[in-house]
Design a protein around this ligand. Sequence first.
Ligand code: F0G
Length: 458
Amino acid sequence: MDRWQTIIEPFRIHAVEPIRLTTAAERERALEAAGWNLFNLHADDVLIDFLTDSGTGAMSRDQWAAIQHGDESYAGSPSWYAFLASVQALFPFRHVIPTHQGRAAEKILFSAIGRPGRVIPNNTHFDTTRANVEYTGAEAVDLVIPEGRQPATIHPFKGNMDVAALERLLAERGDDVPVVFVTITNNSGGGQPVSLANLRAVREVCDRHAKPMFLDGCRFAENAWFIKAREPGQEHRPVVDIIREVGGLADGMTMSAKKDGLANIGGWLALNDDELAERCRNLLILTEGFVTYGGLAGRDLEAIAQGLREVVDEDYLRYRIRSTAYLGEALDAAGIPLVKPFGGHAVYLDARAMLPHIPPLEYPGQALAVELYRAGGIRGCEIGTVMFGLHPDGTEAPAAMDLVRLAIPRRTYTQSHVDYVIEVARDVASRAASLRGFRIVRQPAQLRHFTATFAPRA
Ligand code: F0G
């Protein structure tokens, strides 16, 4: 390493995508037309889209080149074998089942193992994971360590599973638990990493109770970078080694290649259990496609195969994690309450702390997300009571936290884009006391944040 301190994008830009500046009046009209739900906006009306880091990243020259190698044979395509080799180079599970995205893998797995009376522990279920568990009638239980629920508490691995709580659950209801999940990084808990020590401890508990351990591996590379950067004794290990050890601890995984696959679509379910894999493959054929393409085109399989080689590049990961922290540090310096330490793929604003005058059931996260768009065309995502407050029995209660996530697409925006976001967020923070809550006008029974419509409170 040279002595220079500036952490740069380890790439230059090869194709550009214009983004459109809008006027305040245009944004006001767009909000009204969208029922104040940012998922309903036309993306053309968004300037900086921090809604999600999922499928929104820029592919590399080599990924676009790989796409040209896409072989669209229905069965046994060479692109499938390229994908399989790339997945197994990191995660040597016996069975790899391609899917069109992460939730398809979840749907298939939980259709096979979920049913009423069963309970699935996780550090924190992502929204689609929880919904897929609950759809089968099973119960989704979040067992993250207590620090993981406290936005301002500093802990290097706030995504860790509460191993004692897991132990208690397995002692009391072991027969009802078909699998123990760990989400790396813990997205709904603030993009927080899980330590290798914690993963080993979960493995040990699973062994004692004869339970399979699965990873929700969406951001496995970012998690491994945090292990390297923060966990004593791991600093000299190549990230690839850490990833292989993490994979080796588990019996299977679900994956969205739209995150650390560096692709725009794709995912997989991987596992070692032959009998369960066969049942999952039969479900795959029913809903996704044949076992060598899942819901994907051959070209997508190629893009993922190449993306998995690029995502473990340590110059990339150093830049990735640093550029997220850059946003976090500036917002922190401006006095904006945040989830700390900063996550890998996103910075989470603590809307409940920032807007104490808006009670959780008037959706402070929604109020903040809407205002960031109104002020500067920035689209973030509420992760709070709108997303998690509606329960399967129809009752509503405040979520553990009311956050707004600014998720950063991979290799897509530059530092000046981020500086603009910082300027807008500071302005919104200076006017926080004047923001108003929302009420829900219309909502579906599940996953309401995607389609609900809102009205501002007077
Ligand atoms: N698990 C985690 C931890 C996720 O973050 C996501 C998606 C999924 C599973 C589902 O994957 O979208 O490919 O079906 N998260 C995106 C997000 C949507 O914005 O955080 P998918």
